[in-house]
Design a protein around this ligand. Structure first.
Ligand code: ADE
Ligand code: ZN
Length: 360
């Protein structure tokens, strides 16, 4: 049952803020704050919609009728990235934001070939990412891993994306992604050989599916790409067999509720299938997708869902734990973060106990 929107319980709020968390679905190009997008546009003589009115003018254009509308803005911002320093700067900016939310690790999607196809030097781009990742670690204690994604309407860029991902493997590329508009006009199957090669080389298969299209898109991503997690995947609710399959195989979804609302897939959190997915026992974590573009952050996703669905401390703890479990962090690091989560919950337990006795 969806409860009426109510103020957030301070116990739940404290857990959301203080538990160490992982962000498993965020796009680097979609994470650029408007102030930084504006600086990059000025630096390289590019034009962005609304920029005459500054960052606020730009933010006014972060309202989208649908995915294509979103994509226009996303590509305009992507077009402001030119040299190594730009890629470094956006990675550092992301780490800054993540650190403030107690996000200690992120698997970050990056559409490498979009930039190379525009004429960006691949070596400079990879160097910029590597330096940004190093600074994220040294300045913010945030570990970034990269997922280079293929855009599903660009089959010709599949192999070049894999080649760049393999080149970046020693600097934190851990996976091959698959994004862009989901449409029957662009079947998944032709991408299967590239994903097979990626998996054989030790890259994880992390496609978007079941966001704009129905359950068949998820089945295809599992069958043809060997998906280990599914980006979004929310349309699995429409297929009981698929739900059962995801539960049985424990294939996690990366659920980005505000993003889904932001491109008009659902009118409200009340209409979003997240509670149904949880009730079905599907493994999932919360994620922010393109946070400033959808006026959200990872902790905002936790807060909004906790409010809309009446989540208690246990539910928030379970989701923060899931974010670590579903990540590709090494086992000892996962263990250390589990322990840290236990400690934070224990430190907060006097507050939790006091609040529980007040409730009685
Ligand atoms: N690229 C950036 N955000 C995306 C989304 N939500 N779905 C598909 N491709 C994307
Ligand atoms: Zn995404």
């Amino acid at each position: 049952m969806v409860r009426a929107m109510s103020p957030l319980d301070p116990r739940v709020e404290a857990l959301i803020d203080r538990l160490p968390k992982a962000e498993l679905h965020v796009h680097l190009e979609g994470s650029i704050p408007p102030e930084l997008a504006l600086r990059l546009a000025h630096r390289h003589g590019r034009t962005l919609p609304g920029m005459a009115a500054g960052a606020e003018g730009l933010r006014q254009h972060y309202r989208f009728a649908d995915f294509q509308d979103f994509l226009r803005m996303y590509l305009a911002i992507s077009g402001c990235l030119v040299e190594a320093a730009d890629f470094c700067e956006i990675a550092v900016a992301l780490a800054h934001s993540l650190a403030a939310q107690r996000v200690v690790y992120a698997e970050v999607t990056f559409t490498a070939m979009t930039h190379v196809a525009r004429g960006v030097d691949p070596a400079a781009m990879l160097d910029g990412l590597a330096e940004g990742r190093e600074r994220a670690r040294s300045e913010y204690g945030v570990e970034l891993a990269w997922v280079f994604d293929i855009v599903r309407v660009q089959l010709d860029r599949a192999e070049p994306t894999l080649a760049l991902a393999l080149r970046g493997q020693r600097d934190g590329v851990i996976g091959l992604g698959f994004a862009g508009p989901e449409s029957a006009a662009y079947p998944i199957e032709p991408f299967a050989p590239t994903f097979a090669r990626a998996r054989a080389a030790g890259l994880h298969a992390l496609p978007h599916a079941g966001e704009m299209a129905g359950p068949q898109s998820i089945w295809d991503a599992l069958r043809h790409l060997g998906a280990e997690r599914v980006g979004h995947g929310v349309r699995a609710v429409d297929d009981p067999d698929l739900l059962a399959h995801l539960v049985e195989r424990q294939i996690p979804l990366e659920v980005c509720p505000t993003s889904n609302l932001g491109i008009g897939l659902y009118p409200s959190l009340e209409a979003h299938p997240l509670p149904q997915l949880l009730r079905a026992g599907v493994a999932l974590s919360l994620a922010s997708d393109d946070p400033p573009m959808f006026a959200t952050t990872l902790v905002e996703e936790y807060r909004r869902c906790a409010r809309a669905y009446g989540w208690d401390a246990a539910q928030v703890r379970a989701l923060a734990a899931a974010s670590i479990e579903h990540s590709f962090l090494a086992a000892p690091r996962k263990q250390a973060l589990r322990e840290e989560q236990r400690q934070v919950a224990a430190e907060l337990s006097p507050l939790l106990d006091a609040a529980v006795s007040q409730d009685r």
